[in-house]
Design a protein around this ligand. Sequence first.
Ligand code: UGA
Length: 361
Amino acid sequence: MTKTPESPQTICVLGCAGFIGSHLLTRLLAQENFAVIGIDRETGKISHLTQNPRFKFFNDDIQNQSQTEWCIQRSDVVISLSAICNPAIYNKKPVQVIESNFLHPYMVAQLCARHKKWLIQFSTSEVYGKTISSFVNKSADAAELDQVLSEDKTPFVLGPVAAQRWSYACAKQLLERAVYALGFEQGLAFTIVRPFNFIGARMDYIPGVDGEGVPRVLACFMEALLKRRPLKLVDGGVNRRVFTYIDDAIDAIMAILTHAGAAKGRIFNIGNPANEATIADLAVRMIAQFKQLNPASATHHYALETVSAAAFYGEGYEDSDRRVPDILNAQKFLEWSPRTNLHDTLRLTMDAYIKQYGSTK
Ligand code: UGA
């Protein structure tokens, strides 16, 4: 792509065929002022976009350094999404998890520093780990720090090394520190995004249909609903998450691109603090909404089954008990706020799943 003054801004999206990548790609290609160079090992979620004249796609792994460098050199901005981000894998394949969440994206960050490209690095809400009050006596200070997780104030609290669930959060935390350090020492322009449980169409997979293993909770519950099986609550489903609709999340990424000056050098929590639910509450809501969206299941009784974390995920699993984002930075610097409430987030997501997998039994 030879650049002329009229050329669109070229965005390199690493991991463009994943859940977030596929939604981002759709939004970028809908605007004439963007061209995209993408790399991904998979193609399924973006096969309808590969013929777009403003999209150059490489069906490859970002570990292919010469290919990745070629793409970075030809871009104005690099959005780094590639990662293993499924908790079922963290304590089964921790080496792969650490490599995919630190080593490979660190190589990308070094290339961005070398070629002076703006890096938008996806991290995770999981860097915060557990709340302080989950393991110390609840002091007033701890309780206050736990109200909301702030990019600039909240400490990170991970479990011991043998609890390999934290291999992912620890790798992401080191990646954030390395990106920050490259900014500090080598002038890398960067923005770090911490997503808080984005959900929407095309998130994860249904086991046995278009993937294998244990996906994240939304897809686990959708599988149970579609196959009329019990919904499994790990350790009773008492832990909490905020669920953020993918379109709101993509709005935030677009806001980063259009607020470059304010976004560079900053870390942003991207999540919807109003959409908090325990996992047990999520299950109850999903059953009710599924019955409305899919009347054929209206009279079916869905059971809730408590399972231990060790039985569901294997030894080495620990959990984040609660993570509510402080989004003041995103509101102030990006002029972004989430708009979709939990009911609509679930309705839109579940409707898309039913359309995609409705015939699954
Ligand atoms: C995962 C990743 O580790 C995060 O980095 C990522 O940011 C996040 O997903 C995300 O989607 O943004 P987590 O929220 O723990 O974190 O992932 P889920 O698999 O969706 O689990 C959420 C909760 O549901 C956990 O408490 C889990 O134990 C529980 N769960 C999961 C169930 O109770 N039943 C299930 O069938 C599946």
